[in-house]
Design a protein around this ligand. Structure first.
Ligand SMILES: [Cu+2]
Length: 66
């Protein structure tokens, strides 16, 4: 699976999925290409690991279907 995450913001963020051990900083206006292989279908939580951002709502769910 490949995901391209783009930070178009004027603030630094991060992209984190603990289940796949992905912890990528996203400096201002940068792109991160994540490549990983989910071994099981499921719902995987992702969030922004920058301090305070997760609490501010920068979270989501990646759904892997069979
Ligand atoms: Cu953020």
């Amino acid at each position: 699976m490949a995901l391209q995450v783009i930070n178009r913001d004027g603030y630094a963020h991060a992209f984190d999925i603990d289940a796949f051990d992905i912890h990528a900083p996203l400096p201002v206006r940068t792109t991160f290409d994540a490549a990983f292989i989910p071994t099981e279908p499921g719902r995987y939580r992702f969030y922004c690991g920058s301090p305070g951002h997760e609490a501010a709502g920068m979270v989501g769910t990646l759904v892997v279907e069979p």
